[in-house]
Design a protein around this ligand. Structure first.
Ligand code: MEZ
Length: 568
């Protein structure tokens, strides 16, 4: 093997003084800190902290990151445990740390020192169960399968674990929980079921939906037993009662979920192969018996297994596939991570899986018009309102997201402003994060906010005055919003510009309540299971906010349990 590893290349070009060094970058969507550990001749590890969330960058990504510092190319590291850091910030922070380690960055940037990534080949593996995808569904499945005594490996095509779960913000829906009871909230599983069916335009598979509703409370207790600390309950669009469960301070749920699940897998000694992309399911005598994959250097390898669980997520980041099924969504940005390409759906189709409701694609009402970054629906649940460029409300903000999205698209420039105030910022860590990251315009009072936004101030003031009165009266006579929790009477005020973006692909592979992947004749494909956004039917024609996290944990766990129980 004539090729050098990226790390060896860096050493040849830069020479390190062994130790751990810190580099900090400010202003790339917040503060990004890199802790870089080097030996004399190579980078041993890189840990990134962005907005308090820490993620270790895997081997392949370390090599890629090093190469990027040298070639100043864009970095493919998409997210670090859900933080919305920019790759430029990571590169800057790592570069600063490497300089402290004695590396000469100018030398490193010289094309003559260009790195070549080592061509080490991932060996073929033999396990009981291979899980494709390391979002919440894949991680949950792995825990259950391993705890049932099976050998398990997870393949992840991206350089970090977590998939779209890293980006989940709002929370996890469940009804009749002890947490609701402690908060004095009356709710029922039947109301949860009916809200979801209504929100999904009655297209949900009733049995899958019943499975979701029945198992959601346990999903929360299971996560909390691992230390998730889910204890706050809020509202999401289309929910009759508060049932979206979040961490105590209202911060994003996804990173918490990924963190507790991955810690548990560490304890259980389950391997997760990063930068390892499954490309094809292996079949034998009509059953699925493993996957063909490629490693970070595109070398092929095989995982021979008695069962395969597909937990690859949806296809919200694959614009070609989105447009194939919904041409009118051309040009919409996406809230999804780059790995949401629908690869599992395609692999399952190749072995005869049936698809259901594949054209059902959800747009989320409140995303950043430039980047597609999502602002949680929880803000509206907690009391934020939407106004258009004329300074007027135009919708009940707590209708289901399909309706709110369509109402925003009818406004000038197909956008609106989410209006919140300081009182809300103080109570919601997610909102505080958006403001810190620079997404909001601030005005000490409404007239200053209006002039910053170029909105007529008399109209904006009148809109807020009317709304405050609705909250005081407990009745919104204009748009019939039912939950009126924040009067928004005092400033300072904040406005976040928003437009709808592609968020969730509700259709996918057809499964039964035990997560068997089904053929068009209704029979299961032996050895093949699917859970999470890859599967269709749970959410019907429109997913209620908070049901995706419930879905991945409930069905991920079932997939792991079922596959383990059915192993010959
Ligand atoms: O379930 C979701 O997609 C959700 C709650 C998103 C959000 O607005 O936070």
């Amino acid at each position: 093997n004539q090729e050098k590893s990226a790390n060896e290349g860096a050493a040849a070009a830069g020479k390190f003084t062994p130790g751990t060094y810190e580099g900090v970058s400010k202003g790339h969507g917040g503060e990004i800190k890199a802790m870089v550990t080097v030996s004399a001749d190579k980078i041993e590890s890189i840990e990134i902290t962005a907005d308090g969330e820490t993620g270790s960058i895997g081997d392949g990504a370390v090599a890629q990151l090093t190469a990027d510092i040298i070639n100043t190319q864009s970095l493919a590291v998409d997210a670090v445990s859900g933080a919305s850091e920019s790759s430029a910030g990571i590169i800057e922070a790592v570069s600063l740390a490497l300089e402290k380690a004695g590396a000469n960055i100018a030398d490193l940037k010289d094309p003559a020192n260009k790195l070549i990534v080592e061509q080490t080949k991932q060996e073929d593996l033999n396990v009981d169960i291979v899980i494709v995808g390391s979002g919440g569904a894949g991680l949950s499945a792995a825990i259950e399968a391993k705890e049932a005594g099976k050998s398990v490996v997870i393949l992840e095509q991206m350089p970090i674990i977590g998939g779209n779960t890293n980006r989940a913000t709002g929370g996890l829906n469940a009804a009749e929980t002890t947490i609701q009871e402690e908060n004095g909230i009356k709710d029922s599983k039947q109301t949860f079921y009916e809200d979801t069916l209504k929100g999904g335009h009655d297209l949900n598979d009733p049995e899958l939906l019943r499975t979701l509703v029945d198992n959601a409370p346990d999903a929360i207790y299971w996560l909390n037993d691992m230390g998730a600390g889910i204890s706050r309950v809020s509202l999401s669009g289309g929910a009759t009662n508060p049932r979206i469960h979040t961490p105590a301070d209202g911060s994003a749920i996804g990173p918490v979920v990924v963190n507790v699940l991955s810690q548990k897998l560490k304890e259980l000694e389950v391997d997760i192969l990063l930068n390892s992309k499954a490309v094809k399911l292996i079949e034998q005598d009509g059953a699925v018996v493993g996957v063909e994959a490629i490693d970070k250097n595109e070398n092929p390898f095989k995982v021979n297994a008695k069962a395969v669980i597909l937990a690859t997520g949806g296809f919200g980041a694959n614009s070609e596939m989105v447009v194939q099924y919904r041409p009118e969504l051309e040009g919409f940005s996406t809230t999804n991570h780059a790995g949401a390409t629908g690869s599992g759906i395609v692999m399952a189709q190749e072995v005869g899986a049936d698809l259901m409701q594949i054209e059902q694609i959800q747009i989320h009402p409140t995303t950043d018009p430039e980047s597609g970054y999502m602002f949680t629906e929880g803000l509206r649940g907690d009391g934020a309102i939407l106004v258009n460029k004329e300074g007027k409300r135009f919708t009940n903000e707590l209708l289901t997201r399909d309706v709110v999205s369509q109402n925003i698209l009818k406004q000038i420039d197909k956008m609106a402003y989410l209006i919140t105030n300081q009182e809300m910022v103080d109570e919601n860590a997610s909102l505080a994060k958006y403001i810190k990251e620079g997404y909001a315009t601030k005005g000490d009072d409404l007239s200053l906010l209006a002039s910053e936004l170029g909105i007529d101030s008399a109209t904006l003031e009148a809109t807020l005055k009317t709304y405050t009165q609705f909250v005081k009266d407990g009745k919104d006579t204009e748009f019939e919003r039912v939950h009126l929790t924040q009067s928004l009477e005092t400033g300072p005020y904040y406005a976040i510009p928003v437009t709808p973006g592609i968020h969730h692909t509700m259709g996918g592979v057809k499964i039964d309540t035990k997560t068997h992947v089904l053929k068009p004749d209704g029979h299961a494909i032996a050895g093949l299971y699917a859970a999470g956004e890859i599967a269709g039917g749970v959410h019907g024609g429109n997913r209620i906010g908070g049901n995706a996290v419930a879905d991945i944990i409930v069905f991920g766990r079932i997939a792991g349990q079922t596959a383990a129980a059915e192993l010959k």
